[in-house]
Write a protein that binds this ligand. Structure first.
Ligand code: ATP
Length: 347
């Protein structure tokens, strides 16, 4: 089993916390993304899992095995954790051919020549690298180099693969096709994958669950759909997708429904909290109609391909985002209706 359990993990650099009191579990075979703004602690958390950093507090376990303990000082070195690593910088051996880069982990483990050849062929095939097997890394494109790094992971048959912004150096089109390569790799190996990124569309496209981080803490660890539709707090509501957070007043909640005032209008809201205090307005929650009684003025129009994003400002000065198929001009007065937004509680 390669489930990874973190118990009260903290990491401090010169008195400043980079990761704070994280307790969570990544399930065996799960594709987890660590997502958050620059400096939120994603890479530090990944390095703690890899064994490149010692936790200042807390424990990390893989299955039943303790691999790091900030109290007892237990620290299993990276090479004994049976984890594969894929970095933004590829980290290939420049003087070895593609084939040798891929087979090297098996050579170190003293597999027989026949086994090495067979397993290397399987990995080269799986990553579409057969025709590049005899090239040197310097003769490859960025996407091909990243596939060599993946093939090298594949031969090692790791329990978990840790990936640190592996697509950050690639152009947009290649990033999209490489996402399919990672997803395919995940299906093939069944390995637990932990993927650091600050690109939410990348995280949403690939991960089973995303841990959204801010200031060293996990703010919400959930499926992409729940993060978007049911954000737990203001940070997640504003960081994931396009969201405007506005106060919710005069809440009346029964088992079946909740209602309250949003921007002066009485509407139905969705919430699991007993006393929600704010709503997250996504573009889907705003409908433009003649009868809409929330008045707003279009401030900016962005073409999204097949539809437009309208940024409008309500009479009380709140910025609202809506999507339409029809084109509106800047300055147009709109009527908007709010439809059952998600509501959460803020202290
Ligand atoms: P980015 O997306 O910019 O890579 P990140 O979310 O991966 O950011 P980390 O690299 O984990 O963030 O850094 C978290 C915090 O810890 C930052 O404030 C950073 O300056 C600090 N930090 C990270 N490594 C060290 C170190 N070796 N020494 C001192 N401070 C560090």
């Amino acid at each position: 089993m390669a489930d990874i359990t973190l118990s009260s993990i903290g990491k401090t650099f010169a008195g400043t916390p980079a990761v704070q009191d994280i307790s969570t579990r990544f399930e065996d075979g799960e594709f987890v993304a660590l997502l958050g703004p620059s400096g939120c602690g994603k890479t530090t958390l990944l390095r703690l899992l890899a064994g490149f950093e010692m936790p200042s507090s807390g424990q990390i376990r893989i299955g039943a095995r303790d691999i790091a303990d900030g109290v007892t000082g237990t620290m299993v070195p990276p090479e004994d954790r049976n984890m594969g690593f894929v970095f933004q910088s590829y980290a290939l051996w420049p003087h070895m051919s593609v084939r040798r880069n891929v087979s090297y982990p098996l050579e170190i483990r003293r597999f027989s020549k026949a086994e090495i050849a067979a397993q290397t062929d399987v990995a080269l095939n799986a990553t579409g690298l057969v025709e590049y097997a005899d090239r040197m890394p310097s003769e490859l494109s960025g996407g091909q180099r990243q596939r060599v790094a993946l093939a090298r992971c594949l031969v090692s048959d790791p329990d978990a693969v840790l990936l640190d912004e592996p697509l950050a150096n690639l152009d947009v089109a290649l990033r999209a096709s490489m996402q399919a390569v990672f997803t395919d790799f995940h299906k093939r190996t069944g390995a637990t994958m932990v993927y650091v990124t600050h690109d939410q569309s990348e995280a949403m496209a690939m991960a089973d669950r995303i841990a959204v981080m801010d200031r060293g803490r996990i703010q919400q660890f959930d499926t992409p759909q729940n993060l978007y539709e049911r954000p737990k707090n203001r940070f997640v509501a504003e960081f994931v997708g396009l969201g405007t957070v506005v106060p919710l007043r005069g809440v009346e909640k029964t088992d079946a429904a909740a209602h309250g005032h949003v921007l002066g209008k009485r509407i139905a809201v969705q919430s699991t909290h007993n006393s929600p205090s704010h709503v997250c307005l996504r573009p889907e929650n705003l409908t433009i109609s003649e009868t809409g009684d929330l008045r707003a003025k279009v401030a900016r129009v962005t073409y999204l391909g097949g539809k437009y994003l309208l940024e409008s400002v309500s009479e009380c000065g709140t910025r609202l985002l809506a999507e339409t198929r029809a084109k509106f001009d800047v300055g147009t007065q709109l009527g908007l209706t709010i439809t059952t937004p998600w509501a959460f509680h803020e202290d």
